[in-house]
Design a binder for this molecule. Structure first.
Ligand SMILES: [Zn+2]
Length: 261
């Protein structure tokens, strides 16, 4: 399985900019996306699709950055995308799913419940029903019973392809998950928003205070978020030679992943 790294959304922050790190898996049974970033409809109608939160995260919304455009530039059709596995349903992760109406969308059952029945002000702001109003085929998963490199709650999604593993990592949202994929010569662990800046898992790097504030403000369960970050940091300290750890928004981790792919 070949794994490509795509940036499907840029968001400026002081002195830097964030990416929306999306994985494109080329499998024997078609294309699979891990997360989807922003989509074409988000670029065309940001107020309708993204709501007031867009004023806080200020995405650039360049159609050329969407997964749909990048996949077509690679010579594929959007119909070639059969599955999309999302780490969670935040608006900067599921905006692109509408560009692949034939794809089945996979997430944890807890996350889908949270998106469909938001309980808090934070959940009402972050989940944007219009982004999945096209009615995608949705498959929910309970990642329990299997383990993956020390994470107790994992589930291999063999119906998609061998080597695609959904790992429960709640905290940022109620049903947030990480997704590990077997790229042949390496595994890529996409941690979504389990951490926003690499400083959370790298002993040698500190997290800018602005990123720490944002991460805390967006967390549904801060203690769980920190516990999971410590577990990811422990895994990184093990320095498994065949493992690349990335997240959704850290540009440096994205650039390193592109360079090592
Ligand atoms: Zn995000």
């Amino acid at each position: 399985m070949r794994v490509r790294h795509l940036n499907c959304g840029t968001m400026p922050v002081p002195g830097d900019s964030l990416v929306c790190h999306v994985l494109l898996l080329e499998t024997d049974n078609g294309l699979v996306l891990v997360d989807s970033g922003y989509g074409l409809a988000d670029c065309a109608s940001p107020a309708r699709r993204l709501g007031p939160l867009r004023h806080v995260i200020r995405p650039v919304l360049d159609p050329e950055e969407t997964a749909a455009c990048q996949i077509e530039n690679l010579g594929y059709s959007t119909d070639d995308v059969r599955h999309i596995v999302v780490t969670h349903f935040d608006l900067d992760h599921v905006g692109g799913i509408a560009d692949f109406p034939g794809a089945t969308v996979h997430a944890t059952s807890t996350e889908v419940t949270a998106a469909q029945r938001p309980r808090t002000t934070l959940e009402h702001g972050r989940y944007r029903r219009r982004q999945w109003a096209h009615g995608p085929s949705l498959v929910t998963h309970e990642p329990v019973g299997e383990s993956w490199r020390g994470f107790a709650a994992a589930r291999e999604l063999t119906a998609i392809a061998p080597g695609v593993v959904l790992i429960s990592l709640p905290g940022h949202t109620r049903g947030h998950a990480a997704i590990a994929v077997d790229a042949g010569n390496r595994w890529v662990l996409h941690c979504g928003d389990a951490f926003h800046h690499r400083g959370a898992i790298e002993d040698e790097t500190s997290t800018p205070w602005t990123m720490r504030v944002t991460e805390t403000a967006l967390a549904m369960d801060r203690k769980q978020l920190r516990r999971n970050q410590e577990r990811i940091a422990e895994l990184r300290r093990r320095a498994d030679p065949d493992l690349v750890i990335v997240n959704a928004h850290d540009r440096t981790l994205f650039d390193r992943a592109v360079a090592s792919a």
